[in-house]
Design a protein around this ligand. Sequence first.
Ligand code: ADP
Ligand code: MG
Length: 328
Amino acid sequence: PRLANQIAAGEVVERPASVAKELIENAIDAGGARIEVEVEQGGTRLIKVRDDGIGIGKEDLPLALARHATSKIASLEDLEGVSSLGFRGEALASVSSVSRLELVSNAESDPREGWRVVAEGRGMEARVSPAPHPRGTSVSVRDLFFNTPARRKFLRTEKTEFAHLEETFRRQALSRYDIAWVLKHNQKVVHQLPPGDSPSARERRIASLLGKNFIEHARYIEREVGPLRLSGWVGLPTHSRAQADQQYFFVNGRVVRDRLVAHAVRQAYKDVLYNGRHPVFVLYLSLDPDVVDVNVHPTKHEVRFRDGRTVHDFLYSSLHHCLATSRP
Ligand code: ADP
Ligand code: MG
């Protein structure tokens, strides 16, 4: 199982940011109202995610670290077939095969009822030991790739790795305004975001994550046509300091990168003669889950619309109208 886990880790765990993404998704799934992410040395030394969600009971703790599906990988020849399978239910197992992982959780209301389990590269320590913890879960991942030097070599500088991790945090925090978020790096608070779903609370969060400049030069957009609903902020091209990477697009609450979306936005900018400006936006599209397939690949943020043409035209016309009526 160790080999299989490490192979799976190759798919899911590329760098500290990918570990953070998996841990944060678990914390969201657990219904956490407050999620704290603590990082040391860009995440290479420590990534710790703490939530106040439902927690994991004592009996289920070891199961959380086990791969859900029996591994079908008998040999390296089988590897190719694996890439087509889903990797769900394997994140923690995969991460623990290339790090020192500690899981402490409490599913009760009594803060003394917490339990802890550790796994370190080679395998899991079967023993579950008592460890006080308030209701919820803390997952600590230390020394990523300590036992896979080839992988470790591909890690960049602390600064670069943290930048990737912060970007992951940003996307998650922009997807759930009802959750309170904290991000710390080397004991310093980098982001502290109170919960709040009102438009002004959302704007405060965006300003704090993307800069005041972004929101001051953005226009709010809200449009609904049939089953399609678009809302969010579009940076106006007067925003000369726009950064190329400030493009956030969420489909039914999940961040996605999609060619069709990028194209529709770029085209709208171009046709309103805002050439040469980077489109910047935080946009939320919601539509019937039946007509979209978000989980094309578990780690790449891909999406497949059943009727791409309609979605494209809807985005294009919404943005075109917004930009055209906002010209100085
Ligand atoms: P997946 O999330 O795809 O099920 P993971 O390996 O990420 O697989 O997690 C395994 C299981 O461990 C989850 O299904 C969940 O039951 C449990 N788990 C992990 N993290 C948490 C958490 N923060 N709170 C509660 N349960 C968790
Ligand atoms: Mg998961």
